[in-house]
Design a protein around this ligand. Structure first.
Ligand code: PEP
Length: 247
C-alpha cells in the first residue's frame, strides 16, 4: 500500500526561532508516524530547515520555483537552487500564486517541468473558486488545470503529486466534505489513468482547512492519499494529530 503524505505549507510565516521550536516539537511527537511528512517553508529558511530535518524523516519542501532555468530574473529562485538544499518537494500553482501573482496553467506546467528536471517532486495544486463551484464548473476547472501539466510533462506525469485545494476552503475554516473531496479526487485519478499506466502511484492530496478534527475522515476516502495543510501545520499538536490520522 502506498504511504500517505502529509505536507505542511507554512506560507509566509516563520522565523529562525519559531521554525526551530516547531520542528523540535514535531520531531519529538512523530516517532510512531507511519505516513510521509514534509514541510514547505519560505525560501530564506531552506538552509536552516534542511539542517533541522536531516535524519528526522521529515522531508524539505519549497513553496514555489521559477519557470526559468537561470539568469536575469531578480528575486526568483531556480529549481537547481532548491536542489542545492536537498529540497524534495516544491508546491507549484498554489491558488495564492495563481490569484496574487497571475500564474497561468501554462506557467504552472513549466514550473512542474523545471522541478522534475532538477529531481524535485512538484506538488501541483488545482482547485476551483466558490463562483466556479456554484456554477457547476468544478470538474471542468480542475481538469483544465491538470491537463496543462500532463501536456507539458508527458511520461513523467506519474512522478508528480497532485493537491486538490478548493480555493473557497483555503484558510477559511470551510472544508469540502469527505464525499465532495473524494468525488473530485476520483475525477483527477481518472484523468491520470488516461495519461499514464502508473496513475495509481500518484499521490492526490486534499488541502483546504484540513485540521485535527476533520483529517481522519478525509484521509479515509479511497482516492485521498494525504493532505496539504496550511494553518494547522503551524500548530505542532494539530499537525501531529493529522500525521497520526494518516497511514
Ligand atoms: C494551503 O495553504 O495550502 C492550505 C490548505 O491552507 P489551510 O489549511 O490553512 O486552508
Amino acid at each position: 500500500m502506498k504511504k500517505q503524505l502529509i505536507a505542511g505549507n507554512w506560507k509566509m510565516n516563520g522565523s529562525s526561532v519559531a521554525n526551530e521550536t516547531l520542528l523540535k516539537a514535531l520531531v519529538a511527537g512523530m516517532a510512531s508516524a507511519t505516513c510521509q511528512v514534509a514541510v514547505c517553508v519560505p525560501a530564506p529558511y531552506l538552509a536552516q530547515v534542511q539542517g533541522l530535518v536531516a535524519g528526522t524523516g521529515i522531508e524539505l519542501g519549497a513553496q514555489d520555483v521559477s519557470q526559468h532555468e537561470a539568469g536575469a530574473f531578480t528575486g526568483e529562485v531556480s529549481a537547481a537552487m532548491l536542489r542545492d538544499f536537498a529540497t524534495r518537494y516544491c508546491l507549484v500553482g498554489h491558488s495564492e500564486r495563481r490569484q496574487y501573482h497571475g500564474e497561468t496553467d501554462v506557467v504552472v506546467a513549466v514550473k512542474a517541468l523545471r522541478a522534475l528536471a532538477a529531481g524535485i517532486t512538484p506538488i501541483v495544486c488545482v482547485g476551483e473558486t466558490l463562483e466556479e463551484r456554484e456554477a457547476g464548473r468544478t470538474e471542468e476547472v480542475v481538469k483544465r488545470q491538470l491537463a496543462a501539466v500532463i501536456h507539458a510533462n508527458g511520461h513523467c506525469i506519474s512522478e508528480i503529486v497532485v493537491a486538490y485545494e478548493p480555493v473557497w476552503a483555503i484558510g477559511t475554516g470551510k472544508t469540502a466534505s469527505p464525499e465532495e473531496a473524494q468525488q473530485v479526487h476520483a475525477v483527477l485519478r481518472a484523468q491520470l489513468r488516461a495519461a499514464t499506466a502508473q496513475a495509481e502511484r500518484v499521490l492526490i492530496l486534499y488541502g483546504g482547512s484540513m485540521n485535527a478534527a476533520n483529517a481522519a475522515q478525509l484521509l479515509s476516502q479511497q482516492d485521498i492519499d494525504g493532505g496539504l495543510v496550511g494553518g494547522a501545520s503551524l500548530k505542532p499538536t494539530d499537525f501531529l494529530t493529522i500525521i497520526a490520522a494518516a497511514n
